[in-house]
Design a protein around this ligand. Structure first.
Ligand code: HEM
Length: 402
């Protein structure tokens, strides 16, 4: 493709499966693209995405304005209003000073030590899941492996009892509709709101239990997080718990799924290669776009982004910008990927990056080692049709049954 279509659609035919040709055309010919369809800007060049992520004029506070505009009307669904109330407490949707306070308190609880503590459990869970799968000769590595693994790890980290873990999948799927699907689809909103209500009720009860009986886990650390008179309110603890469960597991599932697919499509690349996870984050990372709302008018490359405009910053395009990465469409774990933007950059840089890296670097090579002769099953791959994230619905594979 040599030119960018005037109404490029990242969710159009072919683009959900492979967005990269369209992103390349935008990056080259229309790097500050206005989409009438999404009534939003799309920024695709590395320098622009990197600069915008570090620029406070590109605001993260995008839930409160939506709630004020759409959900405070009398006819708004109270469940949807309540769900957006929880999202509004997520640090990822806040600007300073609220963001600074929430991030500092969570960083106190979510330490490298807390991540290290789950390391042996990650390896154990990986082996448990692979032992169930290995005799079968075929599996869906998203549904049977990546999803249950990442859900268990984050639940374990927080201190959610084992017996309760299965229910998270449904709630988390519903919330994904709310966070990723959005775009004003009322059906997704009401399903998401129901999932959010159940998860919030569950966590409220769990927080109360942890208050009575403190344990050596992240939820207890969150309850106890204090900083010069600042503490997290009860609602903020619950809402941060929801954020961690959600952020910790949808994205990491996609890292593992996209990573295994990249290896299946590049049989010469060893799964044990140093730099594998970083290259997956660059080449086909889970964060397709990151949304911002303009806090003020800003001119970028001669185009005026107006206060209140929505902007999608595209790490998926920036990470393949030939101005920064040589031969960017080649999957090569040996390359220097230090500047990849798959975890964002700046104030909101992913707090879970060490945990995601740990899970990816244990799970991906273990699956390749245990499931010998792994190959893609003979059925078309389906990707989630959403703007914000890049992940497979299923990854069906076959292998020699042991
Ligand atoms: C490969 C997996 C992951 C990817 C690709 C990813 C990606 C991202 C990105 C792009 C952001 C920045 C969003 C923005 O600027 O608006 C972010 C923020 C965040 N992520 Fe992750 N993430 C992953 C895994 C995790 C895990 C495992 C956790 C926790 C258990 C986590 C927790 C968070 C939190 C709390 C934030 C908000 C930070 C803030 O607003 O200051 N993420 N993530």
């Amino acid at each position: 493709m040599t030119t960018a279509p005037p109404d490029a659609d990242l969710l159009g035919p072919g683009a959900v499966e492979n967005p990269y040709p369209l992103l390349a055309a935008l990056r080259e010919h229309d790097p500050v693209h206005w989409s009438e369809r999404y009534r939003s800007w799309f920024l695709t060049r590395y320098d622009d995405v990197d600069a915008a992520l570090r620029d406070p004029r590109f605001s993260s506070d995008r839930i409160a304005p939506y709630r004020r505009a759409r959900l405070e009307r009398d006819d708004a669904d109270p469940a949807v209003r309540a769900a957006f109330g929880v999202l509004e407490d997520w640090m990822v949707f806040k600007d300073p000073p609220d963001h600074t306070r929430l991030r500092k308190l969570l960083s106190r609880a979510f330490t490298p030590r807390a991540v290290e503590r789950v390391r042996p459990r990650v390896a154990e869970l990986v082996e448990e899941l692979l032992s169930e799968i290995a005799p079968r000769g075929h599996a869906d590595l998203v549904g049977d492996f990546a999803y249950p693994l990442t859900a268990s790890v984050v639940a374990e980290l927080l201190g959610v009892p084992r017996a309760d873990r299965d229910v998270f999948k449904d709630w988390s799927d519903a919330i994904a509709g709310l966070v990723f699907g959005g775009m004003g689809d009322p059906q997704r909103h009401s399903a998401g709101a129901a999932g959010m209500a159940e998860l919030t009720a569950y966590l409220t009860e769990l927080v109360a239990r942890h208050e009575r009986e403190p344990a050596d886990d992240l939820l207890t650390a969150l309850i106890q997080a204090r900083d010069a008179g600042d503490t997290l309110t009860h609602d903020e603890v619950v809402s941060t718990g929801v954020l961690l469960l959600f952020a910790g597991h949808e994205t990491t599932t996609n890292l593992i799924g996209n990573g295994l697919l990249a290896l299946l499509r590049h049989p010469g690349v060893p799964a044990t290669a140093d730099g594998l996870v970083e290259e997956v984050l660059r080449y086909d990372g889970p964060a397709k776009t990151i949304a911002r709302l303009m806090a003020t008018d800003v001119e970028v490359r001669g185009r005026m982004l107006r206060r209140g405009d929505r902007v999608f910053l595209c790490p998926s395009a920036a990470n393949r910008d030939p101005a920064v990465f040589d031969d960017p469409d080649r999957f090569d774990p040996g390359r220097a990927t230090g500047r990849q933007l798959g975890f964002g950059v700046g104030l909101h840089y992913c707090l879970g990056a060490p945990l995601a890296r740990l899970e990816g670097s244990v799970a991906i090579p273990a699956a390749v080692r245990r499931l010998q002769g792994m190959a893609l099953a003979d059925e078309p791959l389906r990707w989630h049709p959403v703007l914000l994230s890049r992940g497979l619905v299923r990854l069906p594979v076959t292998f020699r049954s042991l």
